[in-house]
Design a protein. Structure first.
Length: 327
């Protein structure tokens, strides 16, 4: 059975086997792997950082992304999820059928260097500016996880960055945070309707991976992989929640079910809405056949704001004091 699952699961999903065997990395081992990261500079203890299975860049980032015009592109089903990003009129869609296998796209959109990121184990799709202290960084995957979440690294300093928080947790950049940009995890049909003149990411080599297949079948109806933290009380840890980060304290966290069932809701001046039509990337063997989970949008003062749709256990792990609103 182990061989069967290992052949079916890519990258970080192999982390579950590391959990079962109890394997755990440490700075001495990481140095032996060739890391030049300054592990004397950290923001927290790294004893809960575990190997996800593949080595550094074993899940390859996309550093020279290729795009085609959205209009007329027939390579995606209308309900497939994409990360929609628009900066200064430059609109691009990043399909999860591609990001599931690569997790990071280093791109420049509207003149802004960005890192478009997706961690399947957390269902966290986040876009960050890549400029830090006047330098433009390029990001890759470390092959490590913490709280089931992707740890990225920048190839200039080899500092390690937590994808969910955008914070450097080790290295010379420890304590610094990447700027989070508004983006939207939406259906392909919704992106095309919003941005008829936009572009869509396509694989540089369509034969490199089995794009369109979901290697995490049934994951969002199961249990967290490689998570050794506390589970949120009174809620299914895999329930999808909307996380709206605020600079003045804990984020707003509400369940997607609440937004879907109650219609648009208002929290702290933010209007959170739900619309049907987007499939889950973590359900059926083919992403296009995943159950309809819908699309979330968040506005404040009529403008898009940065937010994420993730799992309840992730929100609780990174924001343990934040209440997850269910009603």
């Amino acid at each position: 059975m182990r061989a069967q699952f290992e052949s079916a699961l890519p990258g970080a999903c192999l982390a579950v086997f590391v959990f079962f065997t109890g394997a755990q990395a440490d700075p001495l081992q990481w140095k032996a792997e060739g890391w030049k990261t300054d592990f004397e500079k950290t923001t927290e203890k790294l004893d809960r950082v575990l190997s996800g299975g593949p080595p550094r860049d074993g899940i390859p980032s996309i550093d020279n992304p290729k795009f085609v015009e959205a209009a007329g592109h027939s390579g995606l089903a209308d309900n497939e999820p994409v990360i929609g990003l628009s900066i200064s009129g430059d609109a691009r869609a990043y399909p999860l059928r591609v990001l599931t296998w690569h997790e990071i796209v280093n791109d420049t959109v509207g003149g802004i260097p960005v890192a478009v990121t997706y961690c399947p184990l957390c269902n966290s799709s986040l876009v960050f500016e890549r400029s830090v202290d006047g330098e433009t960084l390029e990001f890759g995957t470390t092959g490590k996880l913490k709280d089931s979440n992707l740890i990225m690294y920048d190839r200039r300093s080899e500092s390690w960055w937590q994808q969910f928080s955008g914070e450097a947790i080790a290295g010379i950049h420890a304590g610094e945070k990447l700027t989070l940009l508004p983006s939207r995890l939406q259906s392909w049909a919704q992106f095309k309707a919003d941005h008829p003149g936009g572009e869509v990411l396509v694989p540089n080599d369509p034969e490199l991976r089995d794009y369109g297949r979901n290697p995490y079948v049934g994951y969002d109806s199961g249990r967290p992989f490689l998570y050794d933290g506390q589970l949120p009380p009174g809620i299914d840890p895999m329930q999808r929640v909307v996380v709206v980060r605020r600079g003045d304290g804990d984020p707003i966290v509400v369940t997607m079910n609440l937004v879907r069932d109650s219609g648009p809701i208002e929290r702290g001046g933010h209007v959170i809405a739900w619309e049907a039509g987007q499939s889950s990337a973590l359900d059926a063997p083919e992403i296009a056949r995943g159950r309809d989970i819908g699309t979330i949008s968040v506005h404040k003062g009529g403008r898009d704001v940065a937010y994420d749709v993730t799992f309840a256990f992730v929100a609780h792990a990174f924001y343990p004091q934040a209440e997850i609103a269910t009603q």
